[in-house]
Write a protein that binds this ligand. Structure first.
Ligand code: COA
Length: 172
């Protein structure tokens, strides 16, 4: 598969932002951004390294100068190669509100369309209104549908984790 290497600039905001597939050297920064978001589940630093090695083709970073300003991690579902599951999206607090998250997701969907991916799944906690707004906007701007259903309730988790609702964008 061809890695996500094309660079594009977002529709608005910092002109120097470009988009590409992550490398393992980016993994520590992804972990930092996830930690600093104070919203995302912070997975082990090792998991971000593995992600940047093995799932780089379905992941994107927003490069801002020498720094990484945001990332999307995802995987194409083994059971359904038409669907990319987006695991985490985050943008550095200083760069938010400039369309960077939307541009990373559009970049990913445009890239994966060449291999037949037509649908995006993600899960969102009921309280994460920013994430709900992001994915609702993505569906609207791509002229496609968005549907929500229950996936994981608190009883599925061994800790105090909130429920996670499944959002599906694209053909159903
Ligand atoms: C959610 C997040 C990734 C958005 O990043 P961003 O680059 O600022 O988002 P964009 O500028 O691309 O915005 C895309 C859309 O989402 C909306 N949006 C983004 N943040 C929002 C917020 N806090 N409240 C309401 N709407 C918001 C924008 O208004 C825009 O919608 P529009 O096209 O209708 O105007 C960022 O706030 C973040 O990193 N949050 C912490 C981590 C997180 O919650 N991740 C999502 C769960 S995996």
């Amino acid at each position: 598969m061809t890695p996500v290497t094309n660079s594009t600039t977002p529709n608005s905001g910092p002109a120097a932002v470009t988009f590409r597939a992550p490398t393992v050297n980016d993994a520590p920064r992804l972990w930092q951004i996830a930690r600093d978001s104070r919203v995302l589940d912070l997975n082990s630093s090792y998991s971000y390294l593995l992600w940047c090695r093995d799932f780089r083709d379905s992941s994107v970073v927003a490069a801002h100068g020498d720094n990484i300003g945001g990332f999307v991690t995802g995987f194409v579902r083994p059971q359904d190669p038409r669907t990319v599951f987006v695991w985490q999206v985050a943008v550095d607090e200083n760069l938010r509100g400039h369309g960077i998250a939307a541009s990373m997701l559009n970049h990913l969907l445009d890239h994966l369309a060449h291999q037949g991916v037509t649908r995006l799944e993600t899960t969102i906690s009921p309280g994460n209104t920013a994430s709900q707004a992001l994915f609702t906007s993505l569906a609207r701007t791509r002229y496609t549908s968005i549907a929500r259903q229950r996936l994981f309730d608190p009883s599925h988790f061994p800790d105090q984790h909130e429920s996670e609702e499944l959002y599906t964008i694209g053909d159903h």
